[in-house]
Design a protein around this ligand. Structure first.
Ligand code: IMP
Ligand code: MG
Length: 177
């Protein structure tokens, strides 16, 4: 049973199948090169962990970047703060895959992609478990998307509202908002 009147959007089994589908595509695309996976904290932790275990391609290292832009509301400001970044030598010359929980306005993805590009990777792609294209404000290309969803605020599977609900095993939304 979901707490607090949450409604189910993507069930656990669907998430598992979606992650496996993405992993098979990434395996094919990086078969000859391997990759460095960069997980965007905090929301992508569970997705990135599951994706990592599904991948068969060589993952040479896993790095983390923390990005935040919410003041506490539910809309990204475009004023993205980037912290805890990998050293340039861990990225330079590597085929880098940035793994995010959700591409919403796109401000975060665009800012972090630009930051990583500045570290000189051999290639750089962006993978988001969820895509809310209706809300896009910044130009960011989602190279891999698990699920395209309508404009609901979602929680669970790593995603939060004011830090709550990250541990829910499926993706839920607030039916009233
Ligand atoms: P963006 O910069 O608007 O694309 O969104 C950046 C971050 O906002 C995402 O990586 C999430 O952490 C968070 N976010 C956006 N939409 C949602 C949502 O529906 N639920 C929970 N977090 C969200
Ligand atoms: Mg968040």
């Amino acid at each position: 049973m979901a707490p607090d009147g949450l409604a189910l959007l993507i069930a656990t089994a669907e998430l598992r199948a979606g992650v496996a589908r993405l992993a098979r595509r990434i395996d094919r695309d990086y078969a000859d090169t391997g990759l460095v996976l960069v997980c965007l904290l905090k929301g992508a932790v569970i997705f990135a962990s599951d994706l990592l275990r599904e991948l068969r391609v060589e993952v040479r290292r896993v790095e983390y970047i923390r990005a935040s832009s919410y003041g506490g509301g539910t809309e990204s400001s475009g004023n993205v703060r980037i912290e805890g970044t990998p050293a340039a030598e861990q990225i330079a010359g590597e085929h880098v895959l940035l793994v995010d929980d959700i591409a919403d306005t796109g401000h975060t993805g665009a800012a972090v992609m630009e930051y990583i590009r500045g570290l000189g990777p051999a290639s750089l792609r962006y993978c988001a478990l969820l895509d809310k294209p209706e809300r896009r404000a910044a130009a960011v290309q989602c190279d891999y998307v698990g699920f395209t969803i309508p404009n609901h605020f979602v929680v669970g599977y790593g995603m939060d509202r004011d830090e709550r609900y990250r541990g829910l095993p499926a993706v839920y939304y607030f039916p009233q908002g």
